[in-house]
Design a protein around this ligand. Structure first.
Ligand code: IPE
Ligand code: IPE
Ligand code: MG
Length: 246
């Protein structure tokens, strides 16, 4: 299906990363319990995954649960894990039908076993799909990801497989959870906060930032298209002068 938009089809970001924030406030504004906001946010996930695929985005990374989110009240963590499990079970058919390949960033082993099982099933079932790559960041923290990479690299040095002088940007990137994927071109944060909250600290070094006050459950197709339209107005200079890149 094609989307009629004001977008330049030759300047669609290859990789879009999203901090899906504002579910709790969405619910609280309506006098509802916070998990209702998370539930409502699933509709936005479905909408954005579909739209990203239609527009030709190749990689979509969604921050669903941070390492710091484990510190929320147990009842909220439990509600989120339940929603995640249901989402993975109920969406698998649609994800597969849309040729989406599901991946996971973060500390998978910290997730409850029943969530891990459905997650791994969904990852395996969609591994050969050739369309949009959907990274779900779950129990993910940028610092933790870098620490794990440093440990792996150090082990290789200790085993004599690697000389520290060979460590460069590319080698570090190959030891991150996003190994083999390009860095995000665009970071969208809903809910209005101007911070990274420990998301993709290495990979976001040259991403364009787009922050919107819109709360995640209200962030749908048209908002996503607006974010991409804004991205298309940016001049990405990567340290050079505008004359050099213009
Ligand atoms: C984002 O919404 C979802 C997760 C962090 C899991 P929040 O739950 O952080 O919503 P606010 O920021 O409290 O509104
Ligand atoms: C960031 O949102 C994490 C996710 C969206 C999963 P938070 O709501 O946890 O971020 P802070 O705590 O406001 O920085
Ligand atoms: Mg929040």
């Amino acid at each position: 299906m094609t989307v009629s938009t004001e977008l330049d089809p030759d300047n669609i970001p290859t990789h879009v990363a999203v901090i899906m924030d504002g579910n709790g406030r969405w619910a609280q504004k309506r006098g509802l319990p916070r998990p209702i906001g998370h539930k409502q946010g699933i509709g936005s996930v479905q909408d954005i995954v579909r739209t990203a695929g239609e527009l030709g985005v190749k990689f979509l990374t969604l921050y669903a649960f941070s390492t710091e989110n484990w510190n929320r009240p147990a009842s909220e963590v439990q509600a989120l894990m339940g929603l995640l499990k249901n989402f993975l079970q109920s969406e698998l058919k649609t994800i597969s039908a849309n040729n989406v390949s599901l991946r996971c960033l973060g500390q998978r082993q910290r997730l409850p076993a029943e969530v891990r099982d459905v997650l791994e099933h969904a990852i395996n079932q969609t591994a050969d799909n050739s369309g949009l790559i959907l990274n779900l960041a779950l129990s993910y923290g940028g610092r933790n990801e870098i620490v794990r990479a440093i440990r792996q690299i150090s082990e290789k040095c200790r085993a004599g497989l690697l000389d520290p002088a060979e460590i460069d940007d590319q080698l570090v990137a190959e030891h991150l959870d996003t190994a083999g994927q390009p860095d995000p071109d665009l970071l969208i944060r809903t809910g209005g906060e101007s911070r990274l909250s420990n998301f993709l600290l290495w990979q976001l070094s040259y991403a364009e930032l787009y922050i919107t006050e819109t709360l995640w459950p209200d962030f749908r197709k048209n908002e996503f298209i607006s974010a991409l339209a804004d991205f298309q107005k940016r001049q990405r200079r990567f340290g050079k002068t505008s004359n050099q890149v213009g």
